[in-house]
Design a protein around this ligand. Structure first.
Ligand code: ADP
Ligand code: ZN
Ligand code: ZN
Length: 749
C-alpha cells in the first residue's frame, strides 16, 4: 500500500528497483550484487534475485539512492545476467506503456512479452553450435585411414566445408559419431564452438515477379507509401480476394529496399502453409517466424535475429507484436478484426491496438487489413484517426458470391439441414462442384434430453450443457473440459428415450453422408483435425477438385482458398441475432462474409445460402443485400444510440471463487471503493454496473461475478483504475477470490 508520507531510508549503495514476474503491481528493491558497479547497470538488464524461499529473474527498471525498505532488510541480488540490456529501449518503453494501460504488473507484462528462455535466464545470444573443420596439416589420404572407410568418408565431407560445418548438419548427413571422435583423436579435424554466421542481406529482394497492381490496389499502395517514414495508420478494407496480400507484399519489398524491417501479424488460424509460402516464395529475405508452433529456442533465435537486424521480415501471431526490431519500417496486421489478437488470460492485451501504439512510438506506418474490419477500426477511420483505403472488387476474374436468405421458421430441419438446402447441395454436387457447410458448433448435438422427464445433460461443474459426442459415446463440456460416458438410460428416471437436441458438425456430417452416399464428406473442426497432418491431407483432397462436401466450424472460414467450392451453406445464423452479447451480430456478420469469401474464387460464381429463423432481421438483410459496410454502418449507429463501444470505454473486473457469494462480496467492496475514489478524484462520466453474477455463473466449479466500469472518455477511467487497483490488491476479502481486470474487454462473458 502506498502511504501518504513514506519514510525513505538512505543507503550507501545503489538500490535496484526490479520488475519481478509476480501479479503484484509494484516493483521490488534489492541491493546490487557483490562487485557490480552502478555505472555498469542499465534498465532492461536481468538479475537473479532471492524471493522468499525461491529465486527469480527480474528486470531492472531503475537505479535509485533510497528505498522504503530499511537497509538491513534489503537483500542483495545474486547475479547480473546481462552485460547489456537484452531489451532495446523502444521495446522496454512499449512494455511500460502496456503495463500501465492494461493495469497489469510490469514484471508479469515483461514475462508475457519476452521469449520464454530469456525469462528463464538463458543468455540473450544466438545459439552456439559445434562446428567441425579439417585441420590445416591433415591429408585426405592419411595412411592411418587406409582401413577406416567411414572415417575417410567423414573427413572428405568435412573437407568440403572450408569454413566449418555444423554438428547438426553432420548428424543430418548420418555421419557416425564414433568416426568423428576418432578423427578428432588423430588430430585430423578440429571443433570450434560458435554461432552460425548471420546470412547476409540479399541484394535482390524479389525471388518471384510481382503482379502488376490494378488501379484500386495501386491507389491504396500509393497512399500508404506516402505515409512511409513516420507514424500513419491505415485501414485497408478490401473484400476477400481483392488483393490485399499483394499490396502488403509490395509495400514490404519497398520497406526492405529502404533498408528497414517489416513486422507482419496474422491470426493463429491463418498460419497455414499457404500464407507463409506466399511470403517465402516472393522474397529472398531472412524471415523470422514467431508463433505457437516454434519451439522456445527457435523463438529466442528469431527474436534475437529481429532485434539485431539479421531478420528482414518478422511474421507471427499475437505475441510477435513484442518482437524488437533494430530498424523497423512497417507493421501490418492482417485480418485485424480477428478475436485471436486479444489475449484472454493474464495480460489481457489487444495486439492490434498495441500495434498502433508501437507504430506511434517508433514513428512508422501501420496497416490494418481486413475484408470485415472491426467496428472499432471503422469508427477510428470515420473520425479520421486511420486513413480508410478500400478495395471493393476481387482482383482476379472471380465475382462476389450471391446471398440467399432461407427462412426455416416453419420448415422441418433434418439434422439442421432444410429440404431446399438439401436440394441445392444435390444440384451442386451433380454439376461436379464442391459444397462447404458451415456450422459453428462441434460435436454431435449441443445437448442430450430425456424425452420422458425433461432431464438435460448439464455439466456438474458449470452452468452449461454437455455436448453429445456420438463417435466417442461421450458427453463433453466445452467450457471446462469435463467429460463422461454417454448414459444409455436417463440418470434421473431411468427411461431409455434419450434424444440429442440440435445439431453440431458431427451430426451434420453423419446426415450428409446418408443423403449423399456417392460423395465424400470431409469434416473440419478441432475434433477431426487434432492430428497434425489431418488438416493438410484434407486440404490436399479438396484441392484435387473432385465434388465433395466440406463440413466444419470457423476453422474453415479463414485463410484457405477453395476454388472449386461454389455453394456455401450457413446452417444457423441465429446465434448472432439472438445473443445478449452486444458484439455477437458483428462476429456473425464477419463470419458469414469470411465463410462466403471461400467460395467461387476461380471462374465459377459462388452462392451462399443462409438458414435462419430470423431471415428478415434488418441486420441480416442489410448484410446480404448491401454488404458488410452497410451492415457495419447500421450496427455502429445502434451502438451509438445504446452508448456501447466504440462510443464508450469499458473495463471489466471479473472475480471467481469456490464458495457462492465470495466473488460478489469482493466486487461489492470493490464497487464501494471505486465510488469513493470517483468522488475523491472528482471524476465524471463513469458508471459502475453491477456487481452481477457472470452470464455463466458457475464454470469449472467456481462461482463467477463481474463488475463493469463504463466511461464516456478514456482518461478518467484510467485515472480511476490507476488508483483503484492498488486498493483492491490490499483488500482482505480479495484473498480467497481469483480476480482480474480486463481493459477494453471484447468478451463480456
Ligand atoms: P486478399 O489478401 O485480399 O484475400 P490476395 O492478395 O490473396 O487477396 O489476392 C487474391 C487472388 O488474386 C490471388 O490469387 C492473387 O494472386 C490474385 N491477385 C492479387 N492481385 C492481383 C493483380 N493485381 N492482378 C492479378 N491477380 C491478382
Ligand atoms: Zn428422464
Ligand atoms: Zn463444464
Amino acid at each position: 500500500m502506498e502511504q501518504a508520507q513514506s519514510i525513505r531510508y538512505p543507503v550507501p549503495n545503489a538500490i535496484l528497483r526490479l520488475a519481478l514476474p509476480s501479479p503484484l503491481r509494484r516493483l521490488f528493491d534489492y541491493r546490487a550484487p557483490a562487485g557490480v558497479l552502478r555505472s555498469s547497470l542499465q534498465p532492461g538488464m536481468r538479475l537473479r534475485v532471492p524471493f522468499g524461499r525461491r529465486e527469480m529473474i527480474g528486470v531492472l527498471v531503475e537505479v535509485c539512492d533510497s528505498s522504503e525498505v530499511p537497509a538491513d532488510k534489503l537483500k542483495p541480488a545474486l547475479e547480473l545476467l546481462d552485460p547489456q540490456s537484452p531489451l532495446p529501449p523502444a521495446l522496454f518503453k512499449l512494455c511500460l506503456w502496456t503495463a500501465q494501460y492494461y493495469q497489469h504488473s510490469l514484471g508479469d507484462t515483461l514475462s508475457w512479452a519476452l521469449p520464454v528462455l530469456l525469462r528463464q535466464g538463458e543468455p540473450a545470444q544466438m545459439r552456439q553450435e559445434r562446428f567441425w573443420s579439417i585441420s590445416p596439416e591433415a591429408k585426405l589420404d592419411d595412411p592411418r585411414l587406409s582401413r577406416a572407410p567411414r572415417q575417410r568418408d567423414a573427413l572428405k565431407t568435412i573437407a568440403q566445408h572450408p569454413h566449418g560445418v555444423s554438428h547438426q548438419l553432420l548428424s543430418k548427413l548420418q555421419l557416425n559419431k564414433d568416426s568423428l571422435d576418432l578423427l578428432l583423436e588423430k588430430g585430423l579435424v578440429q571443433v570450434e564452438v560458435r554461432r552460425h554466421a548471420p546470412t547476409p542481406r540479399h541484394a535482390n529482394w524479389l525471388a518471384q515477379p510481382e503482379l502488376p497492381l490494378n488501379p484500386e490496389q495501386r491507389a491504396a499502395a500509393d497512399s500508404i507509401r506516402a505515409g512511409f517514414g513516420s507514424f500513419n495508420a491505415f485501414l485497408l478494407a478490401g473484400v476477400t480476394g481483392s488483393g490485399k496480400t499483394e499490396v502488403y507484399l509490395q509495400l514490404i519489398r519497398e520497406t526492405l529496399e529502404a533498408g528497414k524491417q517489416a513486422l507482419v501479424l496474422i491470426p493463429e488460424i491463418n498460419l497455414g502453409p499457404q500464407t507463409l509460402a506466399r511470403f517465402e516464395q516472393r522474397f529472398n529475405a531472412r524471415i523470422a517466424l514467431l508463433h505457437s508452433a516454434v519451439n522456445d529456442r527457435e523463438r529466442l533465435d528469431a527474436w534475437l535475429a529481429a532485434r539485431d537486424g539479421e531478420a528482414d521480415i518478422i511474421i507471427g501471431t499475437r505475441s510477435a507484436l513484442f518482437t524488437p526490431m533494430q530498424n523497423p519500417g512497417l507493421i501490418i496486421i492482417d485480418e485485424e478484426h480477428d478475436a485471436s489478437y486479444k489475449q484472454q488470460e493474464g495480460l489481457r492485451y489487444h495486439a492490434r491496438d498495441l500495434a498502433v501504439v508501437r507504430a506511434h512510438q517508433e514513428n512508422i506506418p501501420v496497416v490494418l487489413g481486413s475484408a470485415t474490419p472491426s467496428l472499432e477500426s471503422l469508427h477510428n477511420a470515420q473520425i479520421g484517426r486511420y486513413a480508410l483505403l478500400q478495395l471493393p472488387h476481387r482482383a482476379g476474374a472471380a465475382k462476389q458470391p450471391k446471398f440467399l436468405r432461407l427462412d426455416v421458421k416453419s420448415r422441418p430441419l433434418d439434422s439442421g439441414i432444410s429440404a431446399p438446402l438439401q436440394q441445392a447441395i444435390g444440384q451442386t454436387l451433380a454439376a461436379g462442384q464442391q459444397v462447404l457447410v458451415f456450422l459453428n458448433r462441434r460435436g454431435f448435438a449441443p445437448t442430450l434430453l430425456c424425452h420422458d422427464c425433461g432431464w438435460l445433460s448439464e455439466c456438474p461443474r458449470c452452468d452449461a450443457r454437455m455436448t453429445v459426442h456420438q463417435r466417442s459415446r461421450e458427453l463433453r463440456c466445452h467450457h471446462c473440459g469435463h467429460s463422461e460416458r454417454q448414459p444409455s438410460n436417463c440418470p434421473k428416471c431411468n427411461n431409455v428415450d434419450l434424444r440429442p437436441v440440435g445439431a453440431g458438425t458431427e451430426r451434420a456430417e453423419e446426415r450428409l453422408e446418408i443423403l449423399f452416399p456417392d460423395f465424400p464428406v470431409l469434416r473440419v473442426d478441432r475434433d477431426s483435425t487434432s492430428r497434425k497432418d489431418a488438416m493438410d491431407n484434407l486440404f490436399q483432397q479438396v484441392q484435387k477438385g473432385e465434388p465433395c462436401i466440406l463440413v466444419g466450424t470457423q476453422m474453415l472460414a479463414k485463410g484457405h482458398h477453395f476454388p472449386r467450392v461454389t455453394l456455401v451453406a450457413i446452417l444457423d445464423a441465429d446465434g448472432g441475432l439472438f445473443s445478449a452479447d452486444f458484439r455477437a451480430s458483428e462476429r456473425m456478420a464477419q463470419l458469414i462474409v469470411q465463410v462466403a469469401g471461400r467460395a467461387g474464387r476461380a471462374e465459377e460464381p459462388g452462392k451462399v445460402i443462409i438458414q435462419s429463423h430470423l431471415a428478415d432481421h434488418p441486420l441480416l438483410v442489410q448484410l446480404t443485400e448491401q454488404g458488410y459496410f452497410a451492415f457495419a454502418e447500421q450496427a455502429l449507429s445502434e451502438r451509438r444510440s445504446a452508448g456501447l463501444p466504440p462510443f464508450c470505454h469499458l473495463a471489466l473486473l471479473r472475480a471467481e471463487a469456490h464458495k457462492p457469494g465470495q466473488a460478489e462480496g469482493f466486487l461489492d467492496d470493490a464497487c464501494s471503493e471505486a465510488e469513493l475514489q470517483v468522488g475523491e478524484l472528482g471524476l465524471t462520466g463513469i458508471e459502475l454496473l453491477g456487481p452481477v453474477p457472470a452470464p455463466m455463473e458457475r464454470r469449472a466449479g467456481r462461482y463467477r461475478a463481474q463488475l463493469l466500469l463504463q466511461a464516456n472518455a478514456r482518461a478518467p477511467l484510467h485515472r480511476l483504475l490507476h488508483s483503484l487497483m492498488p486498493a483492491l490488491e490490499a483488500m482482505p476479502c480479495g484473498r480467497p477470490v481469483r480476480w482480474s481486470l480486463d481493459v477494453d474487454p471484447i468478451d463480456l462473458f
